[in-house]
Design a protein around this ligand. Structure first.
Ligand code: CA
Ligand code: CA
Ligand code: CA
Length: 295
């Protein structure tokens, strides 16, 4: 055998050996490893990514126990949200993209993450709680259980979907998304989309989503009442604020009782002019305002 051919064979074998080792490393990464550091988990990381990288990952994992969350946004039903995750962020909270949504006890939610970058390996976790990472309680997660939005490339595995998860309590929930172990043919941020169904972004059900509702938790009492005085006037809505909400704004802003009464009188005039209430209604509301111990 001539020397150049021999050399080529040796290099080929070496490349094949390195590639097969690398492939094995990637496929055996503990994608759903618990966030608590265990000796098994440490050993597993050392075996698969080498001691130097493993040490760094474990340090990051421990550091990530407590830090404030910077959210990418709120997840509203059926809205498609786009994000970019750190390449090969594993399941380290430091590398997560965070989203939140308001959920009610008994809501049956589904959350789907689809890669936009075909070489991403998306993984997600659902947590109860929000604000900072120490407030999160892990509920469930998903990794490779859903068909891919685009063809697999370079060991990019598959997409995650949480299907029909019943929310335990009424609270804010946090969704964390990573590129666990994106393919070998890429680097840099990994683009994905996330869609949630089954929750609500309209807490008071008045047709305005919370983020654009001037009063996201409107007072929905049937009648206008001020400090225990029931005027008997219908508490109707104007642009997702009820009359009681607007009177509440007067109470919050008033420096003294005279300010409050004047503010309510101004509102009642507007409502009468707009045909929302009668002159008699206006008198009842102003009478309640005058008697109220506000502020
Ligand atoms: Ca995946
Ligand atoms: Ca609303
Ligand atoms: Ca409202």
């Amino acid at each position: 055998m001539r020397t150049p051919r021999k050399l080529f064979l040796i290099i080929s074998c070496l490349a094949l050996f390195i590639f097969s080792c690398t492939e094995e490393k990637n496929t055996q990464l503990p994608e759903d490893a618990n966030l608590t550091t265990t000796s098994d988990f440490e050993q597993s990381l050392i075996n698969k990514v080498g001691s130097e990288t493993a040490t760094q990952l474990i340090e990051d994992l421990n550091d990530s126990a407590r830090f404030p969350i910077n959210y990418d946004g709120q997840l509203c039903p059926d809205a498609v949200n786009f994000g970019e995750a750190v390449y090969r962020g594993f399941s380290n909270l430091n590398n997560a993209d965070f989203w939140y949504f308001n959920g009610s006890a008994g809501d049956v939610v589904s959350i789907q993450v689809d890669r936009v970058s075909c070489e991403m390996d998306p993984v997600m976790r659902l947590y109860l709680g929000s604000g900072d990472t120490s407030s999160l309680s892990y509920l469930t997660g998903a990794d490779d259980n859903n068909g891919q939005a685009c063809a697999p490339a370079c060991y990019s595995f598959a997409d995650p979907k949480i299907n029909g998860y019943v929310l335990p309590v009424t609270a804010v929930y946090t969704v964390a998304i990573w590129d666990f172990a994106g393919g070998f043919c890429t680097s840099g941020p990994q683009a994905y989309s996330v869609v949630v169904t089954g929750n609500s972004c309209d807490a008071d059900g008045d047709g305005c989503n919370d983020d654009v509702d001037p009063h996201p938790n409107s007072n929905v009492d049937p009648t206008v009442n001020i400090d225990g005085c029931d005027s008997g006037v219908d508490n109707v809505f104007i642009d997702c604020s009820s009359l009681n909400d607007l009177i509440g704004d007067c109470a919050a802003a008033a420096a003294n009782h005279g300010d409050f009464v004047s503010c309510v009188a101004h509102l009642a005039n507007e409502w009468k002019n707009a045909g929302l209430i009668s002159g008699r209604d206006k008198g009842k509301i102003q009478s309640c305002a005058a008697r109220a111990d506000i502020p």
